[in-house]
Design a protein around this ligand. Sequence first.
Ligand code: NAD
Ligand code: GLY
Length: 356
Amino acid sequence: MSVTRTITVELGERSYPIVIGSGLLGGEFNLAEYVSGSDCLIVTNETVAPLFLDAVIVNLAGKNVESICLPDGEEFKTIATVESILDQLVSDGANRDATLIALGGGVVGDIAGFAAACYMRGINFIQVPTTLLAQVDSSVGGKTGVNHAKGKNLIGAFHQPQIVLIDTDTLEHLPDRELKAGLAEVIKYGAIADAEFFAWLEDNIEALIGRETEALARAIYRSCEIKAEIVSEDEREAGRRAILNFGHTFGHAIEYCEGYGEWLHGEAVAAGMVMATALSRVATDDEDRLRTLIQQAGLPVAPPQIDPEKFLAAMSRDKKVTNKQLRFVLINELGSAFVTSSYDEEMLDQILKSAG
Ligand code: NAD
Ligand code: GLY
C-alpha cells in the first residue's frame, strides 16, 4: 500500500487514530507528536528489538527514549514481567507524563499496555504492532493484561492507546506460522460482521498467504475498521463487543489445556471458530465455507485431544461466564454473530467428546 490511511477509534476525548501504511517506521512519521512529556520507554522483546527498535527511535526524535527488552513468548505474559517494566520506570524516575511504547506482537502489547495502566494509576501508551494478529486485533481497543497460572488474560485493565501505528512492512519478517495465526482473526471479522469481506477473503486467501502487499493491506484496513466501529460502540464489552470473542471460549481453553505457547492464539481461535460454528447449527453451506477457508489459510480445523471434562472446566474460567453460566458467541449465518447462554448442551457435549 503506497498511501497511508487512518481510521479513528471514536471514544470522545479518548479517541485515537490507527495509522496504516508502508515505510512508516524509521521514516518521516512523527510519532514524537503523540508523546506528551519528554520521556518514553519502548517495551519490546529480544526478537523484535534487532529488527525495528532503531527505526522507532528515529520516529521519536527529540524525545528522551529508553527501552526494555523482554524475553519472547506467551509464557512470559505474566505479572512478574509487568513488575520488571514497573521496576524500570521507577528506576528511570519516570513521571506521570511518561509514555510507554509497545513494539512487538500481541504479547508485548498486552503486557506493556497493562504496565501503562498500572504505573501511577495510568500513563500514556502507544501501540506499534508488528505481527498480523496484533495489527488487526490486539493493538486496537484497549484490552491489556496478562495470564494467570489458572487462566488466560485473567488479570488486566482497559487502557486505550494514544495511537496505533501499523507499518505493514514489518510483516516481511514474520514467520509463516505467525502470519497464518493472524489470518484467523481476520477471518473472524468476516464471520461475525461482514459477509462480503468473508467472500473477499475466500477469493484472496492465496494472495494473503503469499503475502501480497495490496491484499494484506486491505485485510488489515477492513479488520481495523470493523474492530474500531465495534469498540467505539461498546468500549467496555457491556454488549456487542463480546462478538469479537467468536471462537475464543473454545480457543482459550485449548491454549490453557495445551500449555501457553504450544498452540498459537490464532491457531486455537481457528479451531475454536469451527467448534463454535458447529454449536451454532448454521446452514451446512456456511459451516463448510468457514472450515474450508480456515483450512486454506493453513490453520487447524479441530482441537487437539483434550479430556472433555478438562476442556469444560477450562471454558468455565472464561471471562464471559456470568452467574456460573457459560456464554458463547454463535453465528446466525456468515457475517452475523450474537452472544448467548442458551445453547444446545447435547451438541456441546458431542463437540467436546469428538475432541477428546
Ligand atoms: P506474539 O506477540 O507472541 O508474537 C508472535 C511471535 O512473532 C513472537 O515470537 C514475536 O517476538 C515475533 N514477532 C513479532 N513481530 C515480528 C516481526 N515483524 N517479524 C518477526 N517476528 C516477529 O503473538 P501475537 O500473535 O502477536 O499475539 C498473541 C497475544 O495477543 C496473545 O497473548 C493473545 O492473548 C493476545 N491478544 C490480545 C488481544 C487484545 O484485545 N488485547 C486480542 C487478541 C489477542
Ligand atoms: N479481542 C477481543 C476484543 O478486543 O474485544
